[in-house]
Design a protein around this ligand. Structure first.
Ligand code: PDD
Length: 286
């Protein structure tokens, strides 16, 4: 695998960063994961805008425009597609604050950020063969992460601890609710709920990531005249739903048939999901 690090293209195993990098010591950085299919990017501009917003929030000035990123990522695809025969390639982008010898919480001035990217095989969910087709079984837990989940921070400890809890119970995700009993998102995906054919998803705020797949799905459905209500969803409403879906770059739109040990709807993949995944596939490159 050929990776990109601070202006250079090099074998991934030769990529080196300082142990003083604040991404390593503090989780002081921003990342993105962008799916591509045959060299076409899913939601490129939206991923760029979200990364820019995160870097601005952290006052990290990397100076990389979306055009520069596109050049880097196109080159990573062309360098790696020989070893990745699958049409789908995932791109990981990472900007951390950089290395600083002083042990200080304040943002250091004038150090160059660490910019890293690499490509990896990213098999698209295959509805016929993958678990997504029969529906995911997920855990349900109180959201114990921080109050800035809209920032796609490389500090993923809260997320991975929630994920691991479900994983150790043999489940494929962990859905989260806040102190008011409202659903926020899952540890690495957004959530949609269907009741009486009405599709709903929690509104964007600091409690969840503004998922690109979430946005593309809402737009895909809108283009077919199907409205998604963005409104708070209680834990009770989630458990009483006819359908529950999770969205993320890797899952696309995945149906959920069990939440916290409770069967959702009839316990199978719902008709609305069939419609939604079609709409998503038709529109995801727009
Ligand atoms: N997951 N919420 C969280 C906490 C996430 O980490 C992710 C992304 C999402 C969905 O965002 P998007 O649709 O932009 O991928 C929501 C990683 C990237 C993944 O599972 O692929």
């Amino acid at each position: 695998t050929i990776a990109y690090l601070n202006g250079e293209y090099l074998p991934l195993e030769d990529a080196r960063i300082s142990p003083l990098d604040r991404g390593f010591l503090y989780g002081d950085g921003i990342y993105e994961v962008i799916p591509t299919y045959n060299g076409r990017f899913v939601g490129f501009n939206a991923h760029m805008a979200r990364m820019r917003a995160g870097l601005d929030a952290l006052q990290i000035r990397d100076g990389l425009t979306a055009d520069v990123w596109k050049t880097i990522l196109d080159r990573l695809i062309s360098e790696n597609k020989q070893q990745m025969p699958d049409a789908n390639i995932g791109l990981y982008l990472h900007v951390s604050r950089g290395a600083d010898i002083r042990r200080h919480h304040a943002f250091p001035e004038g150090i160059p950020p660490t910019v890293f990217a690499y490509a990896f095989p990213f098999p698209a969910p295959q509805p016929e063969t993958r678990a997504e087709a029969v529906g995911l079984q997920v855990d349900l837990a109180e959201d114990l992460r921080w109050q800035r989940c809209n920032i796609k921070s490389t500090s993923l400890l809260g997320n991975i601890m929630h994920y691991q809890q479900g994983h150790q119970r043999g489940l494929q995700e962990t859905l989260l609710y806040n102190r008011d009993g409202e659903i926020t998102e899952a540890s690495s995906s957004n959530v949609f709920v269907v009741k009486n054919k009405q599709i709903m998803t929690p509104p964007l705020d600091h409690q969840l990531l503004s998922g690109i797949t979430r946005m593309l799905l809402i737009e895909s459905l809108a283009s077919q005249g199907v409205e998604v209500l963005q409104q708070p969803i209680s834990r009770e409403a989630l458990l009483a739903a006819d359908e529950v879906w999770l969205t993320s770059s890797s899952k696309e739109v995945a149906p959920v048939t069990e939440v916290g040990g409770k069967t959702i709807g009839k316990g199978d993949v719902g008709a609305c999901w069939q419609m939604a995944i079609q709409a998503y596939h038709t529109n995801k490159f727009i």
